[in-house]
Design a protein around this ligand. Structure first.
Ligand SMILES: Nc1nc2c(ncn2[C@@H]2O[C@H](COP(=O)(O)O[C@H]3[C@@H](O)[C@H](n4cnc5c(=O)[nH]c(N)nc54)O[C@@H]3COP(=O)(O)O)[C@@H](O)[C@H]2O)c(=O)[nH]1
Length: 776
């Protein structure tokens, strides 16, 4: 094989290739080293060594060759022979690069080799493009002069390494970092996708690329970039037959190919391949459609580049969508997609300016759902959110043609109605009110939520967006006060009321901070024993300028503003502390009764608050009674029962306040873990003159007895009332007849002198009678 080729001098030791082919001399291997030199048969050894060398060179994957001064192959290893599609070295020897490579590439190699031969200077590490049957290859070539035994240059020796994979990787990395840079620089998405489509087309002759994006709403596929395709194609690609989310890429490819063919862009032998573009979560964001003719010429790393392009497009689209979402959220409510407060202000201001120029009016409606908190608290926020979306959709349907809609708070919606007279507005808003009230089935539960709506009009009720909104808000509160599920128009008197309310709310807040509240205690007596058995804790406000303010003047506002929650916590803790202090003083233990309002009862942390009050005061739970009204329980029967059982678990007693006013059914009553019924004051007030009230009162008493509950009558002011109650079987009473609510010190004295309350003639007689009656 080496015959005819000058063997150069050099050293091949330890199985390593020499760096250079010049001055190569063969070194003896380890076995040879142990042979004495006189033992060598030099002729035979030389042939043997040539054979080793030949084998060795043929094993190397790098390309090694020697050429004469005319560029003709003198020798090449097996890698070159095979790379040129030949089987034997002899088929290569004598031929030049021009026989195998495109002439412009062969010329480059020939020029370098000529220079090396002429100058005697080696040429290290040049990168050159070469071709093989299956495409282009990149080689890293080193060329050194080939010298004969006299040192005369007779050709060149070359060693080259295939660096195609490395070059491809570098190129991909460059492309990838270039693309990432474009994304990072915030290049607009259409520009980015155009650039990317062009790059893909640049990787292969006869290939076109088109990017299509899935529109968020209404889920259409829209053409985003196809820079190498014509306008006709764009129109067709956006045509209706691909306006669905492309779950089947094959179908989409067929549709897009049709668009391509019909746009008469090119020959019919194009084929279309679709690749899904996804975000980091695997959610499909769009499609890359690749059109390629049958004779398309791809660069070797085309498919790798296409996968990078798809990945980068996914990143760019996700980023674009994230930015768009951030932009959207600046102006919109994420739950319903409606305008938020900021956008409402802008829209309203614009509507006001338009009305100015046209001399017309703008109506603003403030809509608030009634008792929405109950839905959230009893069925959870997810049900609450679903309900809000449904309600929003219903309002939207009835608004979109002539108004704008915004959600500005949890359950607060605002509607701008333009160019509509008052009658038209009322008509529209009534339709909205009815639509909102239509039943909704969520989680198998049928819900019905009503709304209260307030209307204000520009320019009469406010000159700025803020003022107009405040007026509509006031009107909405009026609708609530009038019993909810209604519509109220703003009137100027409302302003004064609202201002007063706002300042009172502020005062209440300050009062809590300044500790201006006190508790008074009203005794509850048992006429059988004549002793105080319990005290109802009743809050009063020691107002700095108004003196003692009664709960009738502030509890409702505290309830409306939520201030009842901290106030109620204070009452509970103070009452428990007081009851324990009386016990610690050695006084007879009595039950302390505390009112719990609807808002407090719905509060999630009620159980925790009660438990804390008991722990911190050290009061045994059996001495604490919570009074909840019948109407509160009936508002959300299932939720209330569950809550009552949680409270019962703590060991506290539960009493139904104002009993008789809230339509509890007997069957419902049986399910409550109650200890006492408190007959409402309204039934007692007209005894003995109102026969109906007397009948109801005695019915409640016997109902309590049947259910094995204690019963107490409140608002007992006269001896006749007390006698009637005793005669009817109710011995526990609370009312001015025995004592008004009193301050702590006075109640202390009452407890210290506990006993003898029933010693009033009529009652004593009744008690004797009742005793006999009971005995009978
Ligand atoms: N959530 C809370 N509500 C509270 C608290 N403290 C009081 N209240 C509620 O305020 C309402 C008015 O209370 P008040 O002005 O204290 O009136 C109580 C008694 O003074 C009054 N009463 C008692 N006996 C008579 C009587 O013989 N005649 C008559 N005309 N009035 C009388 O009744 C009120 C107690 O009623 P009730 O609670 O139904 O037992 C009142 O609804 C309180 O519940 C509080 O801390 N939290």
């Amino acid at each position: 094989m080496f015959r005819g080729i000058p063997v150069t001098k050099g050293v091949i030791a330890d199985g390593k290739l020499p760096n250079s082919f010049c001055e190569v001399e063969l070194a003896p291997n380890a076995a040879m080293l142990h042979r004495r030199s006189e033992d060598f048969d030099h002729e035979a050894d030389l042939a043997e060594r040539q054979c080793w060398l030949e084998n060795m060179i043929n094993q190397i994957p790098d390309y090694i060759y020697a050429k004469d001064l005319e560029g003709r192959f003198l020798f090449a290893n097996q890698a070159i022979v095979a790379n040129n599609g030949l089987s034997h070295l002899k088929d290569l020897v004598g031929r030049t690069d021009f026989d195998f490579l495109p002439s412009h590439i062969a010329q480059i190699a020939t020029d370098v080799e000529r220079r090396v031969a002429e100058t005697g200077q080696p040429h290290f590490g040049g990168e050159e493009l070469a071709f093989r049957g299956d495409g282009e290859r990149w080689l890293m070539i080193t060329r050194v002069p080939l010298r004969d035994a006299s040192g005369t240059i007779v050709g060149t020796v070359g060693a080259s390494r295939d660096i195609t994979a490395q070059k491809s990787a570098e190129r991909r990395m460059r492309a990838q970092s270039g693309l990432l840079e474009m994304i990072a620089r915030g290049m607009p998405l259409p520009d980015f996708l155009e650039e990317l489509a062009r790059m893909i087309a640049g990787f292969a002759e006869g290939v076109h690329a088109a990017f299509l994006m899935i529109a968020l709403d209404p889920g259409e596929l829209r053409l985003a970039a196809a820079p190498t395709l014509n306008e006709d194609y764009r129109r067709r690609a956006n045509a209706t037959f691909i306006r669905t989310i492309p779950t089947d890429l094959g179908v989409t490819a067929a549709a897009l190919k049709l668009a391509f063919d019909q746009a008469s862009i090119s020959e019919l032998d194009h084929q279309c391949r679709c690749l899904a573009i996804s975000d980091a979560d695997g959610q499909m964001e769009g499609i890359l459609a690749l059109y390629s003719s049958e004779d398309a010429r791809y660069q070797s790393d085309f498919s790798e580049f296409v996968s990078i392009a798809v990945h980068m497009a996914g990143i760019a689209i996700s980023r674009h969508r994230a930015e768009a979402r951030i932009g959207f959220l600046a102006d919109h409510d994420p739950l319903t997609g409606m305008a938020n407060r900021a956008l409402l202000d802008r829209k309203l201001t614009l509507a006001m300016r338009t009305a100015d120029s046209m001399g017309s009016e703008v109506a603003l409606a403030f809509l608030d759902l009634d008792n929405f908190k109950l839905v959230n608290d009893s069925l959870g926020h997810s049900v609450g959110d679903q309900l809000l979306k449904i309600v929003a959709g219903r309002i939207c349907e009835l608004t979109s043609d002539q108004g704008s809609l915004a959600r500005i708070g949890g359950d607060e919606f605002v509607i701008i109605l333009e160019q509509m007279d008052l009658e038209g507005c009322l008509h529209r808003l009534s339709a909205i009110r009815e639509a909102v009230a239509r039943p909704v089935v969520l989680d198998d539960i049928e819900l019905r939520v009503t709304c209260s709506i307030g209307i204000a009009s520009y320019p009469s009720h406010g000159s700025t967006a803020g003022d107009l909104l405040a007026s509509a808000d006031m009107a909405m509160y009026r609708a609530k006060e009038l019993g909810r599920d209604g519509i109220a128009l703003f009137t100027s008197e409302m302003t004064a009321t609202v201002r007063k309310k706002l300042s009172r709310t502020d005062e209440l807040r300050q009062a809590l901070l300044r500790d201006e509240f006190v508790l008074h205690y009203q005794p509850q007596v048992d006429l059988q024993t004549g002793r105080i058995i319990a005290a109802e804790a009743l809050v009063r406000w020691n107002h700095p300028s108004e003196g003692l303010v009664y709960p009738g003047d502030f509890i409702a506002l505290a309830e409306e503003t939520g201030l009842i929650v901290p106030l109620g916590e204070w009452v509970l803790q103070t009452a428990c502390n007081r009851a324990k202090a009386w016990q610690d003083k050695g006084l007879e233990p009595i039950r302390i009764s505390v009112n719990v309002s609807a808002r407090q009862f719905q509060e999630k942390r009620l159980i925790e608050t009660v438990a804390t009050a008991l722990t911190e005061s050290g009061l045994d739970a059996k001495w604490l009674e919570l009074e909840i009204t019948e109407s509160l329980i009936m508002k959300d029967l299932a939720g209330s029962i569950a809550r009552m059982y949680e409270l019962e678990k703590l060991g506290v007693k539960l009493a139904v306040d104002d009993f008789g006013t809230g339509y509890s059914s007997l069957s419902a009553l049986k399910r409550f873990p109650l200890s006492r019924l408190k007959i409402d004051r309204s039934f007692i007030a007209d005894i003995p003159h109102d026969a109906d009230d007397m009948a109801i009162t005695s019915a409640i008493i016997s109902l309590a007895q049947k259910l094995d509950l204690e019963v107490i009558a409140e608002g007992v002011e006269t001896e006749e009332q007390a006698r009637f109650l005793v005669e009817s079987g109710c011995n526990e009473m609370q009312g001015y007849l025995y004592s008004r609510p009193v301050e702590e010190e006075r109640f202390n004295l009452m407890l210290e002198n506990n006993g003898g309350i029933h010693r009033k003639p009529m009652v004593r007689a009744a008690l004797l009678g009742a005793g006999e009656h009971r005995k009978a």
